[in-house]
Design a protein around this ligand. Structure first.
Ligand code: NI
Length: 177
């Protein structure tokens, strides 16, 4: 079922979310259905459980057949639960980001260029991946939501934060969510 996405200012977006302990719980699978429905409806690149008010360490992302990001390389459809991220170098890259919880805005955000992430899929199986570029950016954005961090809190230059339809064209087709 499509759920309302909380917007910046709602204190529920600022919590440190709780780990999932029961992968068989029907509530977890209902949550994942709701997250998929909501992300698809809003054309997001990803969604974190806290964005629909659920205080659990669950994110989904991928499905880059997305008209908003025609130039983005494919990221596999992923369910990532109780994630752990490790940067593989101190190198960062900056890019435009948006967020379904910060509608209409975009900001220029630094992220680790390359990282390894590990976590569990919806069946409770552990997996890990080494990723860079867009995939690395999406994972960092989504996992930040689990620690109560929204991308505007990562901005280093507030001049590079604004309305999507006013910013330069490269910001308009940038990633979100
Ligand atoms: Ni977001």
């Amino acid at each position: 079922m499509i759920q309302e996405v909380l917007r910046m200012g709602d204190p529920r977006l600022l919590r440190v979310a709780q780990p999932v302990t029961d992968f068989a719980a029907p509530e977890l699978h209902a949550l994942l259905r709701d997250m998929r429905d909501t992300m698809a409806q809003l054309d997001g690149a990803g969604l974190a459980a806290p964005q629909i008010g659920v205080d659990l360490r669950v994110v989904i992302f991928g499905g880059m057949a997305n008209p908003r990001y025609p130039d983005a390389p494919a990221v596999p459809d992923t369910v990532l639960i109780n994630p752990h991220l490790d940067p593989l170098s101190a190198e960062e890259e900056e890019g435009w980001e948006g967020c379904l919880s910060v509608p209409g805005l975009r900001g220029w955000v630094p992220r680790w260029s390359k990282l390894r992430y590990a976590g569990f899929d919806e069946a409770g199986r552990r997996f890990e991946r080494t990723v860079d570029g867009f995939h690395a950016r999406v994972v960092q954005h989504e996992c930040d939501h689990l620690d109560g961090i929204l991308y505007p809190m990562r901005l280093r230059d507030m001049r590079l934060f604004g309305f999507q339809d006013v910013l330069p064209p490269d910001a308009r087709s940038s990633i979100a969510d």
